[in-house]
Write a protein that binds this ligand. Structure first.
Ligand SMILES: [Fe+2]
Ligand SMILES: [Fe+2]
Length: 313
């Protein structure tokens, strides 16, 4: 069981917990490599002005005290905690595959993916600890206390076991792809330190998706596993991946996009409020339709197969 510090005071305290988390989940840290150092990475953002919503046109917020509403602070911390939770959970889900890599190439890939997911969790913890006061420190601590194996991670996809390498390739193909959508969304955040965290994470995430796709193509080309079995793995992960998008008419998403990050509504802001959901809905809808076709061939307009469990908490 994780040895808990009663309370973390600094990011260094959090790093101590991070090292204990490795031990607790049994991660062989020697595989991470002596030359690799976990670090916070910040990239450019497209605009220093809030891009849409109620605060469109104003400067992005650099500190917690710049944020004009406690509900916005709470909402941001909530989004960051959920993002961080998925990063550590994925390592817990995949850790058991390290001893069973089919090739050295696959072993090196999964190690790289795991350490980048750890770094993403590190990055989200850094933002929580650095900017969100005592509450943020407690949230960053909890990221290392929940466990996928105990089904206490915050979202359904991240409590499912990853049992084998077909499972892993399907997971990285679809669940990491969902992660890309989330990171893209957060890259536009009105809270600048969160937005700046996204570009390096997105660059690393792209590699994970690619490895998932390459792995699935290798399996299909090898012709050793029947399409029926492969389809079952697609069904397993796509059903939970769709759940990660939330409800179509989500009031939380509406708050996160329009009410919370932005205010001082100009007519430009009001326009953007009307237009962006439709634009995003179209982009997202096209991709979802494509993926649903892969998951449930011939069932594009139907509900998922009976008995399919949906896992959103
Ligand atoms: Fe990640
Ligand atoms: Fe990833």
């Amino acid at each position: 069981m994780l040895v808990k510090k009663s309370r973390i005071g600094t990011f260094d305290d959090w790093v101590d917990l991070f090292n204990q988390w490795h031990d607790d989940i049994g991660y062989p840290t020697e595989l991470i490599g002596k030359d690799y150092h976990f670090e916070t990475k910040l990239g450019d953002i497209d605009s220093n002005e809030i891009e849409f919503g109620h605060f469109a046109g104003k400067s992005k917020w650099e500190r917690l005290t710049d944020i004009p509403d406690q509900r916005i602070k709470d909402s941001l911390a909530h989004l960051i905690e959920f993002q961080g939770d998925t990063e550590f959970a994925s390592v817990e889900q995949q850790r058991n595959l390290l001893e069973r890599a089919p090739t050295q190439f696959d072993l090196e890939n999964i190690i790289r993916i795991n350490r980048e997911e750890m770094r993403h969790g590190w990055q989200m913890s850094y933002v929580l600890v650095t900017y969100f006061g005592e509450a943020g420190k407690a949230q960053a601590q909890r990221l290392l206390e929940r466990r996928a194996s105990e089904k206490t991670r915050l979202l359904g996809s991240f409590n499912e076991p990853v049992l084998n390498w077909l499972d892993f390739f399907t997971y990285t193909s679809f669940i990491d792809r969902d992660g890309k959508y989330q990171l893209n969304m957060l890259s536009r955040s009105a809270f600048a330190p969160l937005g700046r965290s996204m570009l390096p994470m997105l660059q690393e995430e792209a590699y994970h998706l690619a490895q998932g796709n390459i792995g699935l193509m290798r399996i299909v080309k090898a012709g050793k596993i029947s399409p029926t079995i492969i389809q079952k793995y697609f069904n397993k992960w796509l059903s939970t991946a769709f759940d990660l998008f939330g409800q179509d008419e989500s009031s939380t998403a509406h708050w996160a996009c329009f009410k919370s990050p932005y205010s001082g509504r100009s007519s430009k802001a009001a326009d953007s409020e009307r237009q962006i959901p439709e634009k995003h809905r179209r982009l997202c809808g096209n991709d979802l339709r494509r993926r649903r076709q892969i998951a449930f061939p011939g069932r594009l307009r139907e509900a998922p197969p009976a008995g399919h469990a949906f896992h959103r908490r």
